[in-house]
Design a protein around this ligand. Structure first.
Ligand SMILES: [Zn+2]
Length: 238
């Protein structure tokens, strides 16, 4: 079992490294394939050993091998976090949900990073990623739609109206619709409430009321909290 945990941790750190790279390249407006990874400060192309998740950071002692500029800790933290979450998923989530839950974490982290860096989300990542995840949970989607079809449609119309009035982001709306289909109507109301509370706490801590703030990170975190809560509750009552 320890080997499986180790392999999943490695897989998690690699995916964490990949999504950090994709989000950062989205911020710079460059392709995810070309050019090869480089130092932000001296533009030197990084060698393979420097790109190994977590280990590359440790071997370089947190500084660029070439110019000694400090390397931001954020990418390593994300690698470590996704690796730990993959092990956590293996322990608490049933086998059938393991792949879905892990992909959900990776996708939500990626779109959160993109929104955090640029206040926008790549539409292909958002729409196709969400669609693929919902196909995984086709039966849940149908059940949630059957249960609250009219009120979900009404809510979507209100959100789209807010989009047209520029009062709410399109990506935020798409993620809320994703939440309706995955978690159901009432759980999504809790998601929206929780995201607003997290957002307000963050604003109060930063005390920056002038600039625009990303909302996708709060929505994503809230979706994950409610998703895990539902799954852990199911395990506890079985
Ligand atoms: Zn450098």
């Amino acid at each position: 079992m320890i080997y499986i945990f180790f392999l999943l941790f490695i897989l998690g750190t690699c995916l964490g490294s990949f999504i950090s790279c994709v989000a950062y390249r989205y911020k710079l407006g460059i392709s995810i394939i070309y050019p090869r990874s480089f130092c932000d400060n001296c533009s030197q192309t990084l060698q393979h050993w420097q790109l190994i998740p977590i280990i590359g950071f440790i071997l370089q002692k947190g500084k660029c091998h070439f110019c000694k500029q400090k390397i931001p800790l954020s990418s390593t933290v994300i690698e470590l976090a996704i690796g730990v979450i993959f092990i956590f998923n293996t322990i608490i989530i049933a086998n059938t949900n393991l792949i879905f839950t892990s992909l959900l974490v990776v996708w939500l982290t990626l779109i959160s990073l993109e929104d955090y860096y640029t206040l926008s989300v790549d539409s292909i990542t958002l729409e196709y990623g969400g669609l693929i995840l919902l196909i995984f949970r086709f039966h849940t989607v149908i059940t949630n739609l059957k249960a609250n079809f009219l009120i979900i449609i009404l809510f979507i119309i209100i959100l789209i109206s807010c989009n047209l009035l520029n009062k709410f982001g399109t990506a935020d709306t798409i993620l809320i619709v994703f939440s309706f289909l995955l978690l159901g109507f009432y759980n999504t109301l809790v998601v929206i409430l929780l995201s607003c509370i997290l957002g307000i706490i963050s604003y109060l801590i930063k005390r920056d009321f002038s600039a625009s703030h990303p909302f996708i990170p709060y929505l994503s975190l809230s979706i994950l909290i409610i998703f895990y809560a539902i799954n852990i509750f199911k395990i506890l009552i079985i």
